[in-house]
Design a protein around this ligand. Structure first.
Ligand SMILES: Cc1cc2nc3c(=O)[nH]c(=O)nc-3n(C[C@H](O)[C@H](O)[C@H](O)COP(=O)(O)O)c2cc1C
Length: 375
């Protein structure tokens, strides 16, 4: 990793996100850790895990994907929820710890849809259409084997999904979060609606890209209206946890429709993910430019870029080149919970070690890994 750039790095400059003042442009990317109690309540161990990033200088911390309802949204056993009022108290401890260390925190709400691989509330999955997902369940999150074909959601059930996001957003406010991010990326339910091969609907939620983005737009509006005093954002991606090769079939034209729809729906920022790939690989547009820069142009909103942003040279190019306003870091943050402090002090960064998240991605496994290195 590049370590020669010191205090002048543009990622250390303060900024705002939808009215939320941030001490720098470094955010911890949302990362599922399957470390909650079996009923979805966040634990003290999780509070310590999140607070460490804020103590290490990250201006913003995105939560892992949180399930919003007790119907079909949960994706993983031991995933945390904001689906019941009892979940709120645990999250209050988490957000208080982050805030006390000078950070801000956004709750990512996630409906797993057809790629749920652990949900004690239901024995079937749901999706836009009864199309079996590509790929296989992820052992690092406690699953194995192929997913089954989901049951197609009715329009009444789609309304329930939207209401579930709004109710969870209200719980996020009670829990002390500064914002709510609608997870419409990485192959989960909202992205299943956006993706041509998983959405075969013939109603107004299917068909051309303007129809396929409609559910995401509805959820964004419902969340923004439920918690007007909080920042509302949306995470989008071309790649998926179960398909790293997918790109929006209409390229730039699709991107323009998608970005305009979520901005019109009331998003305060866009977070463009790069699941399984580097930013440059997924962001490059045929004919020049990047989708993150295009998102800024089309919407006029702040954009969070993701994918290998622990690389200081790439991070500088993204910010100075006008490709994004903030950077979210996954693997780089796991390896360096104090990355912003290290960058400010021009200290070297640690490389990511897969053993940190093996055999599963729990916080406890990461702690054991660390202890084994100190022993
Ligand atoms: C252990 C782990 C869990 C993840 N869980 C989520 C998640 O819950 N929600 C999400 O949007 N992305 C999730 N991601 C994707 C990251 O947010 C990020 O997009 C990806 O790691 C690429 O960024 P990076 O190159 O900085 O690691 C996860 C990634 C990792 C490594």
């Amino acid at each position: 990793m590049t370590t020669t750039v010191g205090h002048a790095h543009p990622a250390l400059a303060p900024t705002t996100l939808g009215g939320l003042a941030l001490r720098n442009r470094y955010a911890v990317a949302p990362m599922t850790r399957v470390s909650a109690a079996p009923d979805g309540t966040p634990t003290g161990e999780m509070a310590d895990y999140y607070a460490e990033f804020a103590r290490g200088g990250f201006g913003l911390v995105f939560s892992e994907g949180i399930y919003p309802d007790t119907a079909a949204s949960q994706g993983y056993l031991n995933q945390p929820g904001l689906a019941r009022d009892e979940h709120v108290a645990g999250w209050r401890v988490v957000t208080a710890g982050v805030r006390a260390a000078g950070g801000r925190m956004i709750a990512q709400l996630m409906h797993a849809g057809a790629i749920s691989q652990g949900n004690p509330h239901q024995d079937h999955t749901v999706g836009p259409s009864a199309v079996q997902p590509r790929g296989e369940m992820m052992p690092a999150y406690g699953g194995s084997g192929p997913w089954g074909a989901p049951r197609e959601l009715t329009t009444a059930e789609i309304d329930d999904v939207v209401d579930g996001f709004a109710a969870a957003a209200r719980r996020a406010r009670e829990a002390g979060f500064d914002g709510v991010e609608v997870h419409a990326a990485n192959g989960y339910l909202l992205d299943q609606f956006l993706t041509d091969y998983t959405n075969r609907r013939t109603d107004s939620y299917g068909g051309p890209v303007a129809g396929r983005i409609r559910l995401t737009a509805r959820v964004v509006t419902a969340v923004a209206e439920a918690v007007p005093e909080l920042v509302t954002g949306v995470r989008l991606s071309q790649t998926k946890v179960n398909d790293f090769t997918y790109r929006w079939p209409g390229g730039r034209d699709d991107a323009e429709v998608i970005f305009a729809a979520v901005a019109e729906a009331g998003a305060d920022y866009l977070h463009i993910a790069s699941e399984g790939r580097n930013w440059l690989e997924t962001a490059k547009l045929a004919g020049g430019g990047t989708i993150t820069a295009l998102a800024r142009e089309v919407t006029g909103l702040p954009v969070v870029a993701n994918g290998g942003m622990h690389d200081l040279t790439q991070a500088r190019e993204v910010l100075d080149g006008g490709h994004a306003d903030l950077l979210s870091l996954g693997h780089g943050a796991l390896a360096n919970p104090d990355l912003p402090a290290r960058v400010a002090a021009a200290e070297p960064l640690a490389g990511f070690d897969r053993a940190m998240v093996s055999p599963t991605v729990t916080v406890a496994n990461a702690r054991r890994w660390r202890e084994s290195r100190q022993a």
